[in-house]
Design a protein. Structure first.
Length: 838
């Protein structure tokens, strides 16, 4: 109730865009968007769900849209990417590929999974698999996907079920410790699961799985256990755990020793006594997740009921003990908000590898550390958000520790010197430890450390850690007090150095020793120029400098392996030798003083350039590999521009690989007629106030935006743009006509804004796929002829002269607003408008 009150009070007067993704219970809607009045007028709420019944709320939901499957051609392309690693099938597999695509019914997930399952197999294997898939009903996608899961071996299947039940969104580098210890061959298994598109590993190393595959995996677990939770190996819901406890209390449970992973919720099961026999029976449990809350204010009666779970010491209660240690196979204990009153003395620490006590109130003096030190094989210790922790405990007993996470321990001020004993530590996370001002010199003994995260700490300098030879990643983002940084020793082997939003003004000359550096990010620093020695960083691939650079050093042209360069500031010249960077793919340049751009390397794939002082329009005709071009040449309001009047950009027509083009310039008056030859061009954005007409455009264009072309009186005939799905025209003062609009057979969205000269539109009846029309500030527009049945949304704002528009009876959303009269009609109130069309 408190949450609802906060939403109403804070958002009732604000226009918000709210996205609720994957809603599976009506109660979730009731908690977050119970009434329209909770949000300001004009707010938009988007809900995605797989259960249509959840949207059956007439007072809240205006309209629904059901996603359709991919068309056959795109389905075949996606399938081929996974089956053959290219965009089309191998010739002898064409017939079988079409069979497979028809089986998948246009569902991207099925196309990926089944394509991956068939990849590399013989025609005979394809025949057998497709025959099995065709036996299922056309709509039964889950049964078809299950075939791929059943084809896994035991190790692969266990890892798949682990992810489906517990580890979506978890760093694979942590989970892999448990899998390796259990001899699941995780590297090979993960590769297989990825190849079959059953899981994905994101760039940040976190595991991801599609919701359908998650549900299929969980359903398979339940089916195999006969829908009896106590016989499952994986128990992932609190409801299942409660059912098991209830049956145990009644003495009717056998076989729970097969459970390998379980999730319990302490506050909901406090009414049940977790007796000795319960825990003692979980002899094969390797993963335990306790979902708890902050027990600071919990009643002592609750603690009494669960005291059998752990040793609880309190003068008012009897201590419960077990004759032997419980959970002998436990590898991973995750208990957030761990109650300080509890101790772990009855837990077996012999096999424990991963301990997560995030958000707990533990301190350096907490009694539990004395038992945790028995975890000689501990690999990961996670103390994220432990607000009471001011000094880390003595960690010298954990000589096998490899990952220490202290993120968001906001009151941490001291790292215990025993950290020097962690000779195997490879990862240390101190991000958002806002009060941590210094690091001990003893950290220099961490010879195995590879990744050190110090973002948003209060450190003022980095000690000279000369023995830290293996450090690869050092992140110092938002270290605003950092004023001294020694690059000797500790960073010599680093591949990544990030100093974003720190207050460093210069790099020391010792940076020339960074022979291994691959990624350097200096954005939002006070850096004004780089030392010339940066040219010695021969392995650098990514250099980002969104900072007040006054000069770009010519040594940049010596960075032979550079693939990505981003430079912003007030520099005037771009070094001529930038053309020597034969591997450069991404280039972003932004400075008001750039007067000219030298010849750039042909290797460029993405180019963005922004300036106000260009003397000649650059010619990029040599960039034959360019796919994305963003060119912004703005007016210099401090003085007249030196750029020649009405220059041409005809060279753009030679960029045959171009897929995205954005031109923003008050100087460009004409475009090359060769734009029609750019067969790869999918998206075109133009903002050129002197541009008077458009050339003929490529028929493959799917998105066209024309903004602030104030001299354009009419468009060319757009009817050849058969693939166009979005058309946006804004701020074209003299535009009176949009030619060929009626022929855009695939148009889905039409947005016309600030067109004071536009009088009418052609008949839109034949635009069978048009779903949305948005009209704003078109004061002379007096009619919209025809309205396709596909039209769902019609927004009309400040079009005071409009007399006719499509019959609104088929619309799902209509909004008409006149700021002068402050009259508005929206949300399916149509009746008063029906007469307008008669």
């Amino acid at each position: 109730m408190e949450g609802k009150k906060v939403i109403k009070e804070r958002l009732c007067s604000k226009i918000v865009l709210l996205l609720l993704d994957d809603v599976d219970e009506a109660s979730q809607l009731d908690a977050l968007v119970q009434k329209r009045e909770w949000f300001g007028k004009g707010s938009k709420i988007i809900i995605t769900t797989r259960d249509r019944g959840i949207l059956n709320v007439p007072t809240l939901v205006d309209w629904t849209y059901e996603l359709t499957g991919m068309d056959f051609d795109h389905s075949l392309q996606l399938f081929s990417k996974h089956a053959f690693r290219r965009d089309y099938p191998i010739e002898q597999y064409i017939f079988h590929s079409k069979r497979a695509v028809n089986i998948c019914s246009g569902l991207p997930l099925a196309l990926e999974v089944i394509g991956s399952l068939l990849s590399g197999k013989s025609i005979e294997d394809w025949d057998a698999t497709l025959k099995e898939l065709e036996e299922f009903p056309h709509h039964n996608v889950q049964e078809k996907l299950m075939i791929s899961i059943k084809a896994l071996n035991e190790d692969q299947r266990k890892i798949f079920f682990d992810v489906a039940c517990f580890f979506i969104g978890i760093d694979k580098r942590i989970v892999i410790y448990m899998w390796e210890n259990c001899k699941f061959l995780p590297q090979q298994s993960l590769n297989t699961l990825q190849q079959r598109s059953l899981i994905k590993i994101r760039e940040d190393n976190r595991l991801w799985m599609h919701d359908w595959l998650r549900d299929i995996g969980r359903n398979l677990i339940q089916q195999r256990s006969g829908w009896q939770p106590e016989k499952q190996r994986w128990v992932w819901t609190h409801a299942q755990a409660l059912e098991i406890l209830e049956k145990m209390q009644m003495g009717g449970v056998h076989g729970i020793e097969s459970i390998e992973a379980i999730c319990l919720k302490l506050d909901e099961m406090s009414q049940y006594s977790l007796i000795k026999e319960c825990l003692a029976s979980l002899s094969n449990l390797r993963f335990l997740q306790m979902d708890s809350k902050d027990f600071d204010d919990i009643t002592k009666s609750v603690l009494t009921q669960v005291s059998g779970f752990l040793s609880y010491q309190c003068s008012n209660f009897v201590r419960t003990t077990f004759s032997r240690l419980i959970l002998p196979e436990l590898r991973w204990l995750s208990w957030r908000y761990f109650p300080l009153a509890f101790k772990l003395t009855n837990f077996s620490m012999r096999r424990l590898l991963i301990l997560d006590l995030s958000m707990s109130r533990v301190t350096k003096k907490w009694d539990g550390w004395s038992h945790i030190k028995l975890a000689k094989n501990l690999k990961v210790l996670n103390l994220t958000g432990c607000m009471k922790l001011r000094k880390t405990p003595n960690l010298s007993f954990h000589v096998n520790l490899e990952r220490l996470i202290l993120e968001s321990c906001e009151n941490l001020v001291q790292i215990h010197t025993s950290i020097s004993q962690l000779k195997k530590l490879v990862f240390l996370n101190l991000k958002d430890c806002n009060n941590l001002r210094e690091l001990p010199n003893e950290m220099g003994a961490l010879e195995s450390l590879r990744e050190l995260l110090l973002d948003s700490t209060a450190i003022e300098e980095i000690p000279e850690w000369r023995r830290m030879k293996k450090l690869e990643i050092l992140s110092l983002d938002k270290c605003t007090l950092l004023n001294k940084f020694s690059f000797v020793g500790c960073v010599a082997a680093a591949t990544t150095l990030s100093l974003v939003d720190s207050h460093l003004t210069q790099l020391p000359n010792s940076i020339e020793n960074f022979n291994s550096l691959i990624h350097l990010n200096l954005s939002s620093t006070n850096m004004r120029e780089l030392p010339d020695v940066t040219g010695n960083m021969k392995n650098l691939k990514v250099l980002k400098m969104r900072c007040p650079l006054r000069k770009l050093s010519s040594t940049i042209g010596m960075l032979e392996k550079l693939e990505e360069l981003e430079a912003w500031g007030t520099f005037k010249e771009i070094p001529d030798n930038i053309g020597n960077l034969r591997l450069l793919k991404n280039l972003i340049l932004g400075s008001p003083r750039i007067s000219m751009v030298p010849q750039l390397p042909e290797s460029l794939v993405n180019l963005c350039c922004k300036t106000t002082s260009m003397e000649t329009l650059p010619n990029f005709s040599n960039l034959i590999n360019l796919r994305n071009l963003r060119l912004t040449l703005l007016l210099n309001h401090k003085g007249p521009s030196k750029l020649e009047a009405a220059p041409s950009a005809r060279w753009i027509g030679t960029l045959q690989m171009l897929e995205f083009l954005k031109l923003s310039s008050p100087y460009i008056a004409t475009l090359s007629s060769d734009l029609v030859l750019l067969s790869q061009l999918k998206k075109l954005k133009l903002q050129c106030c002197h541009l008077q007409c458009l050339p003929r455009l490529s028929t493959n264009l799917s998105y066209l935006s024309i903004k602030s072309c104030r001299r354009m009186k009419t468009t060319n005939d757009l009817s050849n743009l058969k693939a166009l799905s979005d058309l946006v025209i804004v701020g074209c003062d003299e535009l009176t006509e949009i030619r060929g609009l009626e022929g855009l057979e695939n148009l889905r969205t039409l947005e016309l804004v600030a067109l004071p000269s536009l009088v009418k539109l052609p008949d839109l009846t034949n635009l069978k796929k048009l779903k949305k029309i948005h009209l704003n500030d078109c004061p002379k527009l007096f009619e919209i002829l025809g309205g396709p049945k596909s039209l769902e949304i019609l927004h009309i704002v400040n079009c005071s002269n409009l007399q006719k528009f499509p019959d609104p009876s088929s619309l799902k959303n209509l909004e008409v607003w006149n700021p002068e009269t402050k009259e508005s009609t929206s949300d399916l109130v149509f009746q008063e408008f029906v007469n307008v069309n008669t």
